[in-house]
Design a protein around this ligand. Structure first.
Ligand SMILES: NCCCC[C@H](NC(=O)CCCN)C(=O)O
Length: 434
């Protein structure tokens, strides 16, 4: 009973600590929201966040493996037991033209607030074992996948559990974020005067249209959980010049890597056959890592639900979920490295991510109550893991089982691109350290 009472006290300390910092946390997320920056170019956000932690006596490493990534760390007083390492992730990249329409400014705030709250609780009571808290600033979720660069740099190697949370239309401990593969399709033909001697041309726009229509007819054979969506970025320059170059961009998604690989082969056949039919050359390339699906962790999810319920969160269940199909996130790749939890949280608006209306909602004061409540729930979940060693063992068991369910197709070098196996001619990651 005493232990329970103590834990309750510590959780209250988490909430008090976050409430004490609410003003500064709001300013932090507002300043990020007001200066939307794209993937790998989040220089202002990086500066705001590193200053935020440096001014609170965290050990900060700016430009951590990436120009706009950072690491902030705090370790409790040393005891003789092995250290337990908890990670909180901050995202802060915006979308082109519509700013923070996915609320990554609030993701950063949640990560910062949860870390402050957990540290506050641990400083007020000596934990039974040494605890290290790491806040990782992970740029470029919307385009490229900064977390994967950090995985490859070893940033997650000794973490025991990692948390973040994402704004949405309701609260859910887990949504099935799916695996994704991006591909850019370039067709090369031969220009000619479209009226005088069209027969001399090789029409790259015909190839693009055929490719798009090939995918459209493929849809009737696609599983309902697969997604293929794309745009034509370049369709030619003038009607009287047979296009000698066209460019398309597609995202392919599936609930698992195995299915993504299967889907990719089918869609690549659509692109290649359009080249054959028109006599064009085709080049398939990507500038983003493949994101893996987010592996669920039942134990972490149930602890989070308990803590969220204590704070009055009304969770939606998957069957009545806000949306049983989520998007994709490079947090999925992180869950293959370390047990993780990536809940969704209501921000006071039913508008949809990636819309101008959601941008307004993520910059609103109303979002703050929900954002801080989510941070409290995450930090309280971390406290449960720290003070109940059995939980960590169960979390690890869940993680091992989830990974075994989705053994990555053999021969795929983890966190490289599936393209290597499916005929993609080039794979170049936009990486500011190059
Ligand atoms: N390489 C493209 C990645 C697109 C990621 C993008 N992510 C989000 O919208 C955040 C969803 C959070 N689960 C997507 O289109 O899914």
């Amino acid at each position: 009973m005493a232990e329970m009472a103590l834990l309750k006290q510590r959780k209250q300390r988490v909430c008090d600590m976050i409430d004490q910092e609410s003003e500064k946390l709001y300013v932090l997320s507002q300043d990020i929201w007001k200066t939307p920056e794209l993937a790998y170019k989040e220089h202002t956000a990086h500066q705001l966040l590193t200053s935020f932690f440096s001014s609170r006596a965290w050990e900060v490493q700016a430009h951590y493996h990436l120009d706009t990534a950072f690491r902030a760390q705090w370790t409790s007083e040393a005891t003789d037991s092995p250290c337990l390492h908890v990670g909180f992730l901050c995202e802060y990249d915006a979308l082109p033209d519509i700013g923070h329409a996915c609320g990554h400014n609030l993701i950063a705030e949640v990560g910062a607030a949860a870390a402050l709250g957990l540290r506050g609780a641990l400083e007020s009571v000596q934990p039974p074992r040494q605890v290290k808290i790491t806040v990782l600033g992970t740029p470029a979720e919307e385009d490229g996948g900064g977390k994967i660069d950090l995985i490859k740099a070893g940033a997650f190697e000794d973490m025991d559990v990692v948390f973040m949370a994402h704004p949405a239309q309701g609260d859910a401990a887990y949504l099935p974020d799916v695996a994704i593969h991006d591909v850019t399709v370039k067709y090369y033909g031969k220009a000619s005067h479209a009226s005088a001697y069209p027969w001399e041309g090789v029409n790259a726009l015909d190839a693009a249209i055929l490719a798009y229509n090939n995918v459209s007819v493929l849809r009737q054979q696609m599983k309902s959980t697969w997604r293929v969506h794309g745009i034509i970025k370049n369709g030619g320059v003038k009607p009287n010049i047979i296009p000698d170059y066209t460019e398309l961009e597609f995202y392919l998604r599936a609930p698992s890597l195995k299915e993504l690989y299967n889907l990719q082969a089918k869609v690549y056949a659509c692109f290649n056959s359009a080249a054959t039919a028109t006599g064009c050359k085709v080049e398939l390339s990507t500038s983003s890592y493949d994101f893996y699906e987010v592996l669920p962790n039942k134990t972490l999810g149930s602890i989070y639900l308990e803590n969220g319920n204590q704070l009055g969160i009304q969770f939606v269940s998957l069957d009545k979920g806000i949306n049983t199909m989520a998007g994709s996130t490079d947090f999925g790749n992180v869950t293959y490295e370390v047990p993780g939890l990536h809940p969704y949280f209501y921000i006071g608006s039913k508008t949809f991510n990636h819309t101008a209306e959601f941008t307004e909602a993520t910059g609103s004061e109303e979002a703050q109550y929900y954002t801080l409540r989510t941070a409290k729930s995450l930090a309280m979940t971390a406290l449960d893991v720290i003070f109940n060693p059995d939980l960590l063992e169960r979390i690890r068991q869940d993680w091992k089982m989830a990974k075994e369910m989705e053994d990555i197709p053999s021969g795929i070098d983890k966190h490289r691109d599936l393209n290597c196996r499916a005929g993609c001619s080039s794979f170049h990651i936009k990486n500011t350290t190059e």
